[in-house]
Structure formats: C-alpha cells, structure tokens
Ligand binder design. Sequence first.
Ligand SMILES: [Zn+2]
Length: 403
Amino acid sequence: MPEQQPLVLRGGAFFESDSRTFVRGDVLCIDGRIVGLGEVEAPEGAEAIDCTGEYLIPGLIDCHVHISSSGDPAELTPGQRASLARRAWRTAEHARATLAGGVTTVRDLGAADRLNIDLARAVEEGDVEGPRVLAVGMGVTMSGGHGHGFIAREADGADEVRKAVREEIRAGARAIKLFASGGVLTPGVDPRSPAFTREELTAGVEEATKAFRTVAAHAQSTEGIKNAVAAGVSSIEHGVWLDEEAIAMMIERGTYLVPTLTAPYHIAHGADAGIPEYAVEKGQMVLEDHFASYERALEAGVKVAMGTDQGTPLNRPGENAQEAVRMADHGLSAGAALLAASGWAADLLKLNEETGRLRVGLAADIVRLTEDPLADIRCLTRPEAIAGVVKSGRPAGSTGGTI
Ligand SMILES: [Zn+2]
C-alpha cells in the first residue's frame, strides 16, 4: 500500500469508553494509529476532515458474520450455490458494504471454501476494501450436525476434532468455531439438541488454546451451552435456552454471550420473502425464548458482545448495526450497546490492544456520526447519519482497493 498521509479529524466529539460520554476534541491519526486526542497539533501535509458537530465512535466490531453470504434466502436452496469465483467477487462487495456500514472489524464464523480466510488476506494486502477479518475458516461440527456441507466440516470423536482444529489453523484460521448444538437453518437438525460431547469440545478448545486462538461455540440448547462453557470456550453464540445454571457457569468462567438477536428476528418474520418453511417454523419457535434468555443473562451480569450472524436470511452485510439496536431494545443502555459493539467485542476477540476504543496507540478505526447515538442508538442504522468511516487511519472509499 502507498505511504499513509496523516489524518486529523477536527471539531467533533469522541466517545470515551470508560465514562461512556462524548468529549469534545480532535483526533490525530498517523500510520494508521491514534496518536492524539483532544488538543492535537497536526503535522504538515496532514489531511484534515472537518467534523464540526459530529460524534466520533470506535469502528464497530461484529463478532459473528458469514460475510461471504448475502442474506438472500435463495442461498439456502440446494443446488443454487454460485461458482467460487462469483462468490469471491460478491464477498468483496459484501466487505465494502460492511465497512461502509461502520463495521471496521468482523469475526467470520464459517464460510464455504474458506472464503473468509482469503478475504482476510485480501483486505490485509489491500486488494479489497473491507473490515479487518478474523476468520475461522470452516466451523467444526459433528457428522450431520448444524452447518455441515455448508459452513462447517464434520468430525467425530476427540481425535478427529483435534485434527480438524489443527487443519483450520494450518489453513490460516485466527479463531475457531465449534458446534455444541443443533440450529435453525440446517434441515432436519433440532436446535434443542446438544451436538459435540463435552469431551469433543474440550479437545477442540485445547488445540485452539495451544495455538492462542479463541473458540466460539454455536450453542442454542441448554445442555449444549453447558457442555461448551465447561469445555472453556470464549463465547456462546446465540444462547437461546440459557437456564440459571448455565448463566451461573458463564459468569464464573467469564464466558461471553453473543446473542445474535437479529438472525431469528428476520427468519421468523421472513416467510413472505422466500425463507424455507422449515426454517421459519424453527425461527418462530426460538424467537421469544431467545430474547427472554438474553434478558435474563443481562440481568445476571453475563458479559455480552455484538454479533449479527450476518448472512442468515435477510441479515445483510452493511446492516450490522441493527443488532446493537436490538441489544439496546432488550435491556442495554445506549452507551452499553455501543460498548458491546466496540470495546467489549474487542475484549472478547482479544483485539483490545489493537482496536475497539478511541485511545492513543490503538488503530484509528472511527465512525463519524451526524447524530448522537447516546440520544438515539437507531442512528447507527441510518446510512445518512454516517458521515464517514475511517479504518486504520484511512477514510473508507479512499484506500484504492483493486475491486
Ligand atoms: Zn452463524
């Protein structure tokens, strides 16, 4: 990439994560990092952006996407999968849209052909403009388990799980995804059923931890959640049926909940949009329990981070911030919802030394808003409220990606 011009954002107010307030002041970015906040002296030749009246927040982090999927319900129709090349081009467009929507970092929890790993490299090398991608490659699921033949590979028994995790890491995975229960979108799989055994999950977590990777567990059923927490995963994805014991286990171990409220919301409301009937029925079955489970977890003090499950039907790239709104609608304050979508998410992904807060030394990942998100968190979902997105000190749309 060409040498980077220093950037100064003048005249706005920036979100201070500790106090959860906006502080008036400028932001100076050099070599992709924040080097000054407040009163700053910009070096000669710096690009200055007038941010008068704007609210600057950390670039959003979505802990659960499938960025190679568009959210088009037709993707679920067997035999409809486009060629690898066409899916790669579409993935590049999804990455651009995601960044334009204010998301500067994603964790991709499973992609056919490991397109997520290739995207991570393409973004890093400047071929494609998009968010920083922490990719798992393929998820690991039991034979016939949720996600098989699509976003996950199959493994049975502790040794096979170990091998699968090692192979994903060899392929370039920077995090690991294990399936601890059934799910909504795989025909014939019941979300109330547990999947991998505790022994299999423990083997997978052990291998991932050895390689300094964190583990996300797809877990909807109560028993599946408990198996995953006991095995030591970092986050429970979905967490539809949390009971008191599961919540207590998560608090004791510091396990995060990434509730992905947006996924069942769209699936349950999407019959007219062509979502298959089996999925709509299961989506409706989980919806109320899912929201209630999230609310109980919040009340008890379980740590949460934002993840949309983008790529599930009607859950489109670039519309990721709707999840922060749902998390707020069901119990978080606006300030906490912002943190769940930034600082807390960075903590979960172990990227807190890299991004997630507006702090000197961290990457200059910044969203410029024309409205105050603490007054109305919904502004995150209004394209006209996003004045611009800066990733690693470069305004989006100016990085010269080849696509
Ligand atoms: Zn998912």
